[in-house]
Design a protein around this ligand. Sequence first.
Ligand code: CA
Length: 239
Amino acid sequence: MTSGASTEAAAGATTVLVIEDEATLVASLAYNFRKHGYTVVTATDGVEGLQAARRVRPDVVVLDLMLPRMDGMEVCRRLRADSDVPILMLTAKGEEFDRVMGLEMGADDYLTKPFSMRELIARVRALLRRAAPRATAREDALIEAGAMAIDPRGRTVRNAGAEVAVKPKEFDLLLFLARNAGKAFTREQLLERVWGYQFFGGSRTVDVHMRWLREKLEDDPAHPQHLLTVRGVGYKFVL
Ligand code: CA
């Protein structure tokens, strides 16, 4: 079994992320989704799947319940912590799957194997239709905090009208905190969410990026108004 996520997300197309460890099913799902015009990204275990989701930001996720390294429930729970992406869970007959629990974890729908491709595609389409307005509105909306304006679509930040040059990871960190304004995160959580599950750079990386962001965006970096330290926890963003 080959592990590793394939990345071929193209601009414009609807991207479906398939997280499934059964090779023949992955091939069949990928073939059928592509036939219907979707861009397909695949991952064959839970950890790879989570990384792929954070990297390519798919429009919809098809997620198997029983997966190596991290099971589907856990992947679902973690995805939900920072994303509204519609999730369709795949379960096998006989697998212990509590439907209510699955939906509570944040899955939007589920399908029991074996299923027909026609049924799966129809379900995915329904999820996309339901999700479209909500996702677009939230993902693309300009976030304003004092004199600061963060544009997720253009990946730009303005301060008092002037564009501020920020590095990609600084932007990712800023956007993540701003989208979750008011909520405190530990350095470890920020490393996982912004840098990815298997980043080993250490928590100082977060401190350094916060310092840079404050220097670039706060009027008085020593007394920040938006990018705040939460003593004993980590950081939070205040609008
Ligand atoms: Ca499986």
